[in-house]
Design a protein around this ligand. Structure first.
Ligand SMILES: Nc1ncnc2c1ncn2[C@@H]1O[C@H](COP(=O)(O)OP(=O)(O)OP(=O)(O)O)[C@@H](O)[C@H]1O
Ligand SMILES: [Mg+2]
Length: 438
């Protein structure tokens, strides 16, 4: 996550500078150590990919001056101040003015690296957030397939391979696994991307109007057919027709569709004129198509025609390694959409997410991420009921833990800021964080 990020470290005392820079490097950070605020200022531009750690007392401009400069020149860069012992009042004031955190001298290397790591995470999120804003504004913004599990890697590879060809693709997966997203990426990566992407949900169209939805009709073709109507197949010409819930397509329509696909021509209802169409078909199904074919509920010839390539989408519970990256992606998208800050997930939250069953798959996960960004509690009443019969002390602890976790998420893990908000001492808060394993 922190690849390419760096720590700008300012300290005028050469020995301290060297030693601290070294311990940061040992912790795996890339460090630029400088002797003065003046030397640091030129590096602080809006896109500076990292964080600033500065001693407050410097010869020349002070660390506070540098903080103010940074707030103006590079507002997204977290600033960590290193203060002398007993400078708490000043440090709290600096936090109000936008410092990310402060560290009191003398400090252990762990304290510094932990704080820097959290600040870098925050910076990485913010930079990612910005990149995402740009991407969402662009044309292919909504078709990115997220996930690093072998199953998803394979899906991405298949999509990239077959998208530029015109072969029909069948996508199979439970509800919310991303079938429509895959269909849209197939279209976006195809040579037809400037053509239309038309979706038809075969499960949602009443059988009586299915035929005219699909093939269109001429005026007066049947009772109630007032005006000429262009069907979805014709609409999709030059582009992609996404046939969702293909398993619900009535058998009579299956025959007709097969003929159109074989001939590349269609006739609107009530017309004898054949119109050439050039459509790429992508179909999606939830159930076991082979079984439907075996039962005679789906035509075998059409099935073979449609599933030249099959892309299976496994349920989320079979690729749990994707859960956190998907969740973080959806939090970013929601934060951009609702203009909210992006919460950082605590380790306990990640674990909890990975363990949930997610019967609604990625869609359910996406809704949960939206709720977290909006600050809507997860299953509030249910959680309270589950507390019934629990001793008061335990209930209070649960509540306290949730409150601290939530505050930390809001401050992006900055303990000092959280302590400020909760109006407790930093030491007390640290002790509780440790006790609750946050
Ligand atoms: N791998 C993924 N990366 C990013 N977003 C995803 C991914 N998989 C699913 N999504 C998102 O999750 C939501 C549900 O996905 P989608 O609508 O494609 O599922 P579906 O399989 O068509 O569901 P249904 O069967 O209920 O129609 C969408 O918002 C989609 O963008
Ligand atoms: Mg769908």
């Amino acid at each position: 996550m922190q690849e390419g990020l760096r720590v700008l470290f300012v300290e005028d005392e050469p020995l301290v500078r060297q030693a601290t820079a070294q311990s940061l490097e040992l912790a795996g950070f890339s460090v630029l150590a400088l002797p003065s605020a003046e030397a640091a200022m030129p590096h602080l531009a809006a896109d500076f990919p990292g964080v600033l750690v500065t001693d407050v007392r410097l010869s020349g401009a002070s660390g506070l001056d540098l903080l103010h400069h940074c707030r103006n020149a590079a507002p997204g860069v977290p600033v960590i101040l290193v203060t002398g012992h007993g400078d708490i009042t000043m440090a709290v004031q600096a936090m109000r003015e936008g410092a990310y955190d402060f560290i009191e001298k003398p400090f252990g290397a762990d304290r510094l690296t932990d704080t820097v790591r959290r600040a870098l995470e925050r910076r990485a999120l913010e930079l990612e957030n910005r990149a995402l804003r740009r991407e969402l504004a662009g044309p292919a913004g909504s078709t990115r397939i997220i996930g690093r599990s072998p199953a998803i890697e394979q899906v991405r590879a298949l999509v990239a391979n077959v998208a530029p060809t015109d072969v029909p693709v069948m996508i199979n997966g439970e509800t919310g696994t991303g079938k429509e997203l895959v269909a849209r990426s197939l279209h976006a990566l195809s040579t037809r991307h400037d053509g239309p992407f038309i979706a038809l949900n075969c499960g949602a169209v009443p059988e009586a109007i299915f035929e005219s939805e699909m093939f269109g009709h001429e005026a007066g073709a049947f009772t109630g057919a007032g005006k000429r109507r262009i069907g979805k197949l014709e609409h999709a010409s030059g582009g992609t027709l996404f046939l969702d819930e293909i398993e619900s397509m009535p058998l009579a329509l299956q025959v007709k569709l097969l003929r159109v696909l074989q001939e590349g021509m269609l006739e609107r209802l009530g017309s004898n004129t054949s119109i050439p169409i050039d459509v790429r078909i992508v179909a999606a199904a939830k159930g076991d198509m082979e079984a439907l074919v075996a039962q005679g509920a789906f035509r075998q010839d059409l099935y073979y025609r449609l599933n030249v390539v099959t892309i299976p989408l496994p349920p989320l519970r079979e690729r749990r390694e994707d859960i956190v990256s998907l969740f973080e992606h959806f939090m970013l998208v929601a934060a951009v959409r609702y203009q909210r800050p992006v919460p950082l997930l605590a380790e306990a939250q990640r674990q909890a997410l990975m363990q949930r069953p997610w019967p609604g798959n990625v869609r359910e996960l996406r809704n949960a991420a939206d709720r977290l960004v909006l600050g809507v509690p997860e299953g509030g009443a249910a959680a309270a009921a589950a507390d019934d019969g629990m001793p008061l002390k335990e209930r209070m602890e649960r509540y306290e833990r949730a409150l601290i976790a939530d505050t930390l998420a809001r401050t992006g893990g900055a303990v000092s800021q959280a302590a400020d908000l909760l109006q407790v001492g930093k030491a007390t808060l640290y002790e509780k964080i440790k006790r609750y394993g946050l």
